[in-house]
Design a protein around this ligand. Structure first.
Ligand code: NAP
Length: 302
């Protein structure tokens, strides 16, 4: 039987609808509007497109959203002063500095200067620590891993006691999603194994997984015979494997593939995310969710 296709597009749209209502209610009852600033340094076309997407979603949800464009030659000192200005601004609940930054600026220094209580990306060391401690301590979950958890939960998969295998141990996907799934609580409480290039018998670990999360960046790494029948497969990988002409615009666009052989895997898994249209659409939505959470916390709204 063919697997259920987990649509990140649909689930992200559903969460955005929920957030829109929450924002309306916050405005009406508490006169609080979530504020998000995205700081863009220079004119990298990919960065412009990412920031534009974030700003568009923030506007649609009724946020107070600011795009702060800065020249490529801004000094590190001036950028740090700008971050500090937004740290102190009570109307701003989320600060996002779009990466990469120009070479003359120390990225780590800038990211670490963001107030952890406004770090809606969830990568500040304080938030990484808070996630590790878990429970109420965990404030902002990093957006892609948080999106993965939502996809699993909203697809109706039982996470408690499930064997979760995560392929990849990056700081942005593998480690945080492993951490999220092992926490004692709703939508988690799983038995987690993390595998990587140092792992022996990668296939044997994958075969055990009730929930298999793959974030390696290697197209087709996971073979269909590694998938447990009926399991939930979350393919985080986004790999450009060529180009094709868009039917809509006639322009050349990238052909994207995941880390899992989708066509064969969907005949074995119980549910699977497509690439594109799976994990991808969740990331910006979870950034919005973190910003709403930040605004609520700072206003003391439950
Ligand atoms: P990364 O930093 O390159 O990390 C990849 C991880 O996979 C590493 O831990 C690596 O192991 C492991 N790995 C690579 N090849 C492997 C192999 N043959 N066998 C076992 N493990 C292997 O990548 P990332 O930033 O986590 O991203 C992973 C993928 O997800 C990429 O395709 C990326 O584009 C995609 N992604 C998508 C989204 C989204 O959709 N929103 C967000 C983030 C990332 P070692 O540690 O041993 O090197």
């Amino acid at each position: 039987m063919s697997a259920k296709i987990i649509s990140g597009k649909d689930i992200a749209a559903q969460i955005r609808e929920e957030l829109k209502k929450e924002v309306e209610e916050m405005k009406e009852k508490h006169n609080v509007i979530p504020g998000l600033v995205t700081i863009l340094v220079g004119e990298n076309p990919a960065s412009i497109s990412y920031v534009t997407g974030k700003q568009k979603t923030a506007h649609e949800l009724g946020f107070n959203s600011i795009q702060d464009d800065q020249p490529e030659d801004i000094s590190e000192e001036d950028l740090l002063a700008l971050v500090d200005k937004y740290n102190k601004d009570p109307q701003i609940h989320g600060i996002l500095v779009q990466l990469p930054l120009p070479k003359h600026i120390d990225e780590k220094k800038v990211l670490n200067a963001i107030d952890p209580d406004k770090d809606v990306d969830g990568f500040h060391p304080v938030n990484v620590g808070r996630l590790m401690i878990g429970g109420k301590e965990a404030k902002f979950l990093p957006c892609t891993p948080a999106g993965i958890q939502e996809l699993i939960v909203r697809s109706g998969f039982e996470t408690k006691g499930a064997e979760v295998v995560v392929v990849g141990r990056s700081n942005i996907v593998g480690k945080p999603i492993a951490n999220i799934m092992l926490q004692k609580g709703e939508g988690a409480n799983s038995t987690v194994t993390v595998v990587h290039t140092g792992t022996k018998n990668l296939d044997e670990h994958c075969k055990r997984a009730d929930i298999l999360i793959v974030a390696a960046g290697v197209p087709g790494l996971v073979k269909p015979e590694w998938i447990k029948p009926g399991s939930c497969v979350i393919d985080v990988g986004v790999n450009r494997v060529g180009e094709k002409k868009s039917e809509k615009t006639g322009k050349m666009i990238a052909i994207l593939r995941g880390d899992v052989d989708f066509e064969a895997a969907k005949e074995i898994a119980g549910a699977i995310t497509p690439v594109p249209g799976g994990v991808g659409p969740m990331t910006i939505t979870m950034l919005m969710k973190n910003t709403v959470k930040s605004a609520k916390t700072s206003a003391g709204i439950e």
